[in-house]
Design a binder for this molecule. Structure first.
Ligand code: ARG
Length: 262
């Protein structure tokens, strides 16, 4: 009897160790080449003179000199720290791609740390990006809310699991748009503002995560969202919450004119 129990325990342990799937990246994503998402860029920060630039967030190329990212990405930065944008790169910390310093950044004045409303910021580059038709391209902002259930792609160098770590190669994952009313039922009344959009899978398993923040959620080649927040990452029943970029289009275009005129 005891022997049978031992064999049973041994088999269970073996089954559990061997059958646990290897955690894929972003969360539940796949490695992709930057040419699949040529509008994707990395925001890297250098926090001391001898420190290297370190990937912090994702961003989207809106024009040769302007990128869109999340307000969160620029919080608590020391004015002495340097910010750089890397476009056309496949690796998180390699020397591939084009690296251009950020000259000025503008965070939405309505960004709210507690509610994460208006989680959007603009990065103005010192020099224009060498746009091409291959791996460094601009992306337009969607002009309407995608229908619930529509496929959307999120990309980034973020964590491969809630308790995981960063990924060296760029990853993407396909998730489905969740309507705001259903998303609010999940996260609670008033949590999902008109400046947010949700996307995920009912069973979880695919999502953006830490350090994907600010990166693009794309539907039909247009920018719809920026990775912003969620309960953990890729949990069953909890979609990711994104900054809804179309509701900020006017703010973006106004700020660009303002800064470029100044
Ligand atoms: N910026 C968030 C954080 O660091 C994570 C972003 C996305 N989370 C998600 N589940 N989609 O906590």
């Amino acid at each position: 009897m005891l022997k049978n129990l031992c064999i049973f325990v041994l088999l269970t342990v073996l089954y559990c160790t061997c059958a646990t799937p290897i955690q894929p990246r972003i969360v539940g994503g796949q490695i992709v080449d930057i040419s699949k998402h040529p509008y994707f860029a990395s925001v890297r920060i250098k926090s001391c003179s001898s420190c290297p630039y370190i990937h912090k967030c994702g961003a989207s190329i809106y024009s040769d000199k302007v990128l869109i990212t999340a307000a969160q990405c620029l919080m608590n930065l020391d004015s002495k720290w340097r910010i750089m944008v890397v476009a056309g790169a496949n690796s998180r910390s390699g020397a591939d791609g084009v690296q251009i310093p950020v000259e000025k950044n503008v965070t939405h004045s309505g960004y709210n740390f507690w509610t994460i409303d208006n989680d959007i910021a603009l990065l103005f580059l010192q020099d224009g990006l060498p746009l091409n038709e291959i791996d460094i391209k601009t992306i337009s902002i969607a002009d309407k809310m995608p229908l619930p259930g529509k496929s959307a792609t999120v990309s980034g160098w973020g964590w491969d699991a809630e308790d995981g770590g960063p990924t060296y190669f760029l990853h993407d994952a396909v998730v489905s748009i969740v309507d705001n009313a259903s998303c609010e039922k999940i996260y609670g009344a008033g949590e999902i503002t008109n400046n947010m959009i949700c996307a995920g899978l009912k069973k979880g398993g695919k999502d953006g995560c830490q350090e994907d923040t600010g990166g693009p959620l794309v539907v039909d080649n247009n920018l719809v969202g920026l990775v912003s927040w969620g309960r953990g990452c890729a949990r069953e029943g909890y979609p990711g919450v994104y900054t809804y970029v179309p509701s900020h289009k006017e703010w973006i275009d106004k700020k660009i004119i303002e800064i470029e005129m100044s």
